[in-house]
Design a protein around this ligand. Structure first.
Ligand code: GDP
Length: 372
C-alpha cells in the first residue's frame, strides 16, 4: 500500500505508514481498522503519556515556513505568554514576507489574578517590535480554558480579507490545543489533534476548511532548543510546567542571599539594597532560600534531592552544567529576570542591583521590561 492510500494521522497530521516503526507516521496494521486512525506515537502520547522520539529535522520545518512567505495569507503567530522569550519564533519576519501578522499570546489563564491585560498586550507589542515584528494586533487567549477564542476568530475574520490563514509557532506554545479548541467549539471536523506537554507533537501541516473555500493551516512547530523543557525528563517537565494560575511568591532579600528554583536555577543577590524579589514560576516548584556563601555547598549536597527537579542524583548529573549570567538591574522601573521555560523573577527597579543567575548551559537568561 502507498502512504497516500493510508491517509494522515488524525492526531498529528503526518502520513500514516506501516513499514518503519522508527519513522514518523508508523501505525501497526491492526490500527488501520479503526474509525479514526492515529499513528503509534500519538496513540502512546494520548493513552500512556509516553513520547517516542521521531526522526524529523529542522530543515523540514523551515521549508514549510519558507513556503508561507510565498503565499498571500494572514499569519497567526502563537506564543506562550509564560515563556515569551523561549517561545519566540526567530526569523519570522524573514518567513512571512509581506503578509500581515496577528500575534496571539496563549496560556493567559496562567497569569496572576488582577492583572491588567491591556498592559500585557502593550508589552507584547513592544517586545515584538524589539524583535523586528509589527503585528496588526495582539490577542490574549487560553486555548485550554477557551478564553478569548471568540475574539481571536473575529479578528482573524476581519484581518484575513478572503485569504488563507497560517498558524505558526514553536513547539509547546499550545498550537495543537488551540486548533483542537477551534475544531471542537466551532463546528469543524470530528478529528482531534494530539496535544502533550512535550515538544514536537505536531508533525505535518493540518488544514481546516473555511466557508469561502480557503483554509486555516496549522504548521508544525520548530523546536527552540534553549527551552528548559528539552533538558529534563517528561516527569520533571510536568513539575516545572505551570498548570494553574501562578501565585507570585515574594522574597525580601538582602545582598548575600540566594534563591534556588528547584534544582534548575539559582539566583544570587550579589549587591544592592534590601528589596523584594517576586518569583513567577509553577506553583508546585520548590523554592529554597539560602546564604550565597553556602549556595555552592547546598547545591552539591542536595541537587536532585531537596533541590528538585531534576529528580534524583542521576537526573541531576544529566542536566547541562550551570553557567553564570551576571545581570545589572537599573532603576528604570520594574524589571523581569527571565529564565526561559522556568519563569521570571521581578525586581521593582527602585534600587540598582547586581544579580548572578546560574542556569543550565543552553537555557537563555535575560532581563526585560516588567510584564506585570
Ligand atoms: P504545541 O506543541 O504548540 O502544539 O502545544 P500543545 O497544544 O501540545 O500544548 C503544549 C502544552 O501546553 C500542553 O501541556 C498543553 O496542555 C499546554 N497548554 C496548551 N494551551 C494551554 C493554555 O491555554 N493554558 C495552559 N495553562 N496550558 C496550555
Amino acid at each position: 500500500m502507498t502512504e497516500q492510500a493510508l491517509g494522515a494521522c488524525a492526531g498529528c497530521g503526518v502520513a500514516i505508514q506501516i513499514e518503519d516503526p522508527r519513522k514518523p507516521g508508523y501505525a501497526p496494521k491492526s490500527a488501520l481498522n479503526r474509525d479514526v486512525i492515529v499513528c503509534q506515537r500519538c496513540f502512546r502520547i494520548k493513552h500512556y503519556n509516553e513520547v517516542a522520539p521521531v526522526e524529523m529535522d529542522d530543515d523540514d520545518f523551515l521549508r514549510i515556513l519558507h513556503g508561507v512567505g510565498a503565499t498571500n495569507s494572514l499569519v497567526v503567530m502563537v506564543v506562550d505568554i509564560f515563556d515569551f522569550q523561549g517561545s519566540w519564533l526567530r526569523g519570522l519576519p524573514r518567513f512571512v514576507g509581506k503578509n500581515p501578522i496577528l500575534l496571539v499570546g496563549n496560556k493567559v489563564d496562567l497569569l496572576p489574578k488582577n492583572i491588567n491585560l491591556n498592559r500585557v498586550r502593550n508589552w507584547m507589542q513592544h517586545e515584538a517590535k524589539e524583535r523586528g515584528l509589527r503585528p496588526e494586533d495582539v490577542i490574549l487567549v487560553s486555548a485550554q480554558k477557551g478564553i478569548g477564542i471568540d475574539d481571536l476568530l473575529a479578528r482573524v475574520g476581519e484581518l484575513r480579507k478572503g485569504r488563507d490563514v497560517y498558524i505558526v509557532g514553536v513547539t509547546n506554545v499550545g498550537k495543537s490545543t488551540l486548533i483542537n479548541r477551534i475544531l471542537h467549539d466551532y463546528g469543524a471536523a470530528d478529528m482531534e489533534i494530539t496535544t502533550s506537554p512535550f515538544p514536537g507533537t505536531t508533525l505535518d501541516k493540518i488544514e481546516i476548511p473555511l466557508e469561502d473555500g480557503r483554509f486555516i493551516y496549522d504548521t508544525p512547530g520548530i523546536i527552540n532548543r534553549d527551552q528548559m523543557g528539552h533538558m529534563v525528563s517528561p516527569q520533571d517537565l510536568r513539575k516545572l510546567t505551570p498548570t494553574a494560575r501562578i501565585n507570585p511568591k515574594v522574597y525580601q532579600l538582602n545582598e548575600g542571599q540566594s534563591l534556588f528554583l528547584g534544582g534548575l536555577a539559582r539566583i544570587d543577590f550579589v549587591r544592592g539594597a534590601h528589596q523584594p524579589f517576586v518569583v513567577y514560576v509553577a506553583n508546585q516548584l520548590y523554592i529554597h532560600r539560602t546564604k550565597l556563601e553556602n549556595a555552592d555547598e547546598v547545591l552539591a549536597k542536595h541537587h536532585g534531592e531537596l533541590l528538585a527537579p531534576p529528580s534524583g542524583a542521576e537526573a541531576a548529573k544529566k542536566l547541562p552544567p550551570f553557567v553564570k549570567h551576571s545581570l545589572k538591574i537599573g532603576t528604570n522601573g520594574t524589571t523581569d529576570i527571565v529564565i526561559s521555560g522556568l519563569g521570571w523573577v521581578s525586581l521593582q527597579g527602585k534600587h540598582e542591583a547586581h544579580v548572578v543567575v546560574h542556569a543550565p548551559k543552553g537555557v537563555s537568561v535575560g532581563v526585560r521590561k516588567g510584564l506585570i
